[in-house]
Design a binder for this molecule. Structure first.
Ligand code: ADP
Ligand code: MG
Length: 383
């Protein structure tokens, strides 16, 4: 088979959110594992300020091993995906041009990088995982891996996901929301909206990830500063009552055709080190010894089955597609409190989601293949 007849996959990574570098590390993992005998891979990195930059489809410069946190930087070229749905018909042309008009004149005009059949967004956080990119791809009639517009937006927002989960009958912990306008109107009144919550509290940016901007607050004196900190990441803030429980996660993969979602063996995260009071950014990515991941979690079979059912139900509750990781607290009295759904969970080969699939019998390369096949199989537009 010649590469001209292989499906062309556009890997998109980097991006404008605070999880830019995490996304680059994910790209390194996927670039190392994707089967290039099956797919023709094209890579575009998005800089922190939003320029789509064509880059080599090789993993080397994007891994953590390169020393500093990897970052996509401008290289004078900009990639563009055609948004003309009528012309596109499932797929779109990718062109590359110089970033400035004068350089573009010198180059003699835009150059085509050919047609893309499917986009694999490896982007975490706002402007990638939150429905904005998905909306653009829908407009372009472009197939893509993962959740659609609404599910991405709901799954990104820790407020709206709680509303959806509570409506679907899930056990959601007590919480309060402070919008930007409420805070700017009167911080004192806004803080009072969390007055019914029992300490410790967890103060979070509504739309972030990788534990960025999250503070555990043990007494009222620390609340205001924690809100200010969360607001560095997102003007909308969620304040949650701390839940005592084991952290159990379960991976979900959409079923083929009309089949029900598939789930992984559930895994457990245990934060071991005394210097981390919760599963914070350092424990997730920097301090390798801080968190212990075990899969399957040590639980009775009936509870393993129960959390798998709940994870599939959470996937359906927000109308997710492709993949999600659903995270729960398992309380000492045996309740499953849902913490969050991630529609683009950590996806390096060492991340929980691929690791749990590995333990369930689906390797990382096969998982990547399955996700692309799901995207190619599903129709574009309303579905
Ligand atoms: N309500 C809570 N009770 C207890 N621990 C929490 C709570 N919320 C968050 N945490 C801790 O903080 C971590 C990160 O919070 P999470 O909501 O999962 O944010 P992110 O989207 O950044 O992963 C969790 O894995 C858990 O260790
Ligand atoms: Mg989390």
């Amino acid at each position: 088979m010649t590469s001209a007849s292989l499906p062309r996959v556009l890997l998109l990574f980097g991006g404008r959110s605070s999880e830019h570098s995490v996304s680059c590390v994910t790209a390194a993992g996927v670039l190392s594992a994707i089967d290039t005998a099956t797919y023709d891979v094209v890579a575009v990195g998005i800089t922190k300020d939003g320029t789509w930059t064509p880059v080599a489809a090789t993993p080397e410069q994007w891994s953590f091993e390169s020393g500093a946190l990897p970052e996509v930087t401008a290289n004078g070229l900009t990639a563009h995906l055609s948004l003309d749905a009528a012309a596109n018909e499932r797929g779109a042309e990718l062109t590359v041009s110089a970033s400035t008009p004068s350089a573009e004149r010198d180059r003699g005009g835009a150059e085509s990088l050919g047609r893309i059949d499917v986009v694999f967004p490896l982007l975490h956080g706002p402007f990638g995982e939150d429905g904005t990119l998905q909306g653009m791809l829908e407009l372009a009639d472009m197939p893509y891996v993962g959740a659609g517009v609404a599910a991405s937006a709901i799954g990104m927002d820790k407020h709206h996901m709680k509303v959806a989960f509570a409506a679907a009958g899930f056990d959601v912990g007590p919480y309060a929301v402070i919008t930007d306008k409420q805070w700017r109107r009167d911080p004192q009144v806004a803080l009072a909206s969390a007055g019914h919550l029992v300490y410790p509290l967890f103060v979070k940016p509504a739309r972030a990830g990788s534990s960025m901007g999250i503070t555990r607050v043990d007494e009222p004196a620390g609340l205001r500063a924690a809100v200010e900190e969360a607001r560095q990441h997102d003007p909308k803030v969620v304040i949650e009552q701390g839940i005592e429980g084991r952290e159990i996660e379960c991976g979900v993969l959409e079923g083929r055709g009309a089949a029900a979602p598939r789930t992984t063996l559930p895994g457990e995260i245990a934060v071991a080190d005394g210097s981390h009071t919760f599963y914070d950014f350092e424990a997730k990515y920097v301090d390798g010894a801080a968190a212990q991941l075990s899969c399957p979690a040590s639980l009775p079979d009936a509870e393993l089955d129960r959390v798998r059912e709940l994870a599939a139900a959470a996937f359906d509750a927000i109308g997710a597609e492709g993949l999600s990781r659903v995270d729960f607290f398992y309380t000492p009295d045996g309740r499953w409190v849902i913490n969050e759904i991630n529609t683009l969970p950590g996806f390096t080969p060492h991340s929980m989601y691929p690791q749990m699939w590995e333990k369930t019998g689906l390797s990382y390369p096969d998982l990547i293949d399955e996700l692309i096949q799901l995207a190619l199989e599903r129709r574009t537009g309303l579905r």
